[in-house]
Design a protein around this ligand. Structure first.
Ligand code: C2E
Ligand code: CA
Ligand code: CA
Ligand code: CA
Length: 279
């Protein structure tokens, strides 16, 4: 038993070293990926529930690996945030998404909204707003079509900065979506003061619809609250028709989820959701 214990200890140390190397090399690989342009964006449709019309697209970051797989953001965004690399990565995301939208616009004369996720590390940067302005100017993107998605917890963690930021974005004409709404035990006092154009009701509540009375109550209250704040609710993670029906019955205007369309590469998004929209 002792020998095994010693062996385990040795492996444990090796594992620790390996873990440390992987951590280091993940940072280095992220830098490489950024420099070599390895990142891709997929787009998920946002749908007007009553009509089924695609009215927007959310850009979601993907990292193709040498073995052909796509690394989802949960596997590398936390590390990108720790290292600050999310700042240049996020800068790339915004520019790329706006550029893609302009191509769609040219081909299909679309008037979709474009949602882009922004991490707190990004918008905390002193020049964040200037960068947004610059991307809009350089790409010619219409500000009123852009929605920046910021998690509820991030906004509420730093309410004074959030207040200033959302006010300035709204002056620019850019929308702000409160992402993962309901997960952060919304601070209603802060919400009262923020300029928010969309509430994205977290998937956790949608999943339990329509059966769960408590989830229903929360979803309904979000929809009512949003409309009182002149914001639109987007139900996230709609996977089955029953969830869509429940949201519709509550008066939820917008939705997103596998049932309505998965995140797909831009060419496929165009094929699936924009063909035939040329007026
Ligand atoms: P999120 O912003 O809440 O994005 C929605 C996530 O839910 C996406 O996962 C999407 O693929 C997934 N999803 C959509 N519909 C359904 C559904 O019906 N069922 C289920 N089970 N899942 C659904 P994804 O693409 O893996 O992104 C995960 C998170 O990574 C995002 O959550 C967002 O917080 C972050 N992220 C993605 N792209 C970016 C980015 O460009 N910048 C930053 N800062 N964060 C990003
Ligand atoms: Ca989002
Ligand atoms: Ca601050
Ligand atoms: Ca979300």
């Amino acid at each position: 038993a002792k020998a095994a214990g010693k062996g385990e200890c040795r492996f444990y140390t090796q594992d620790m070293t390996r873990a440390a190397n992987e951590k280091l090399s993940l940072r280095q690989r992220l830098v490489q990926a950024l420099i070599q342009g390895e990142f891709r964006l997929h787009y998920q449709p946002q749908v007007e529930l009553a009509s089924g019309r695609v009215v927007g697209a959310e850009a979601l970051l993907r990292w193709p690996q040498a073995d052909g797989t796509l690394l989802p953001p949960d596997h590398f965004i936390p590390r990108a945030e720790e290292t600050g690399l999310i700042v240049p990565i996020g800068r790339w995301v915004l520019r790329e998404a706006c550029t893609q939208w302009m191509r769609w616009q040219a081909n299909h004369n679309v008037t979709l909204d474009l949602s882009v996720n922004v991490s707190v590390r990004q918008w905390e940067q002193p020049h964040f707003l200037d960068e947004v302005r610059e991307v809009l100017r350089e790409t010619g993107f219409p500000p009123e079509r852009l929605i920046l998605e910021i998690t509820e917890s991030a906004l509420l963690a730093d309410p004074e900065d959030a207040l200033a930021l959302t006010a300035q974005l709204s002056d620019l004409g850019v929308g702000v979506a409160l992402d993962d709404y309901g997960k952060g035990f919304s601070n209603l006092y802060q919400l009262q003061r923020l300029s928010v154009s969309h509430l994205k009701l977290d998937r956790a509540f949608i999943q339990s619809l329509p059966g769960d009375r408590r989830a229903r109550a929360i979803a309904q209250s979000a929809v009512t609250l949003a409309s009182g704040l002149d914001a639109l609710t987007i139900g996230e993670g709609i996977e089955v028709q029953e969830q869509l029906d429940a949201l519709l019955a509550m008066g939820c205007p917008l939705g997103q989820g596998f049932h309505l369309g998965r995140p797909v590469p831009p060419e496929e998004f165009q094929q699936r959701h924009l063909m035939g929209t040329r007026p």
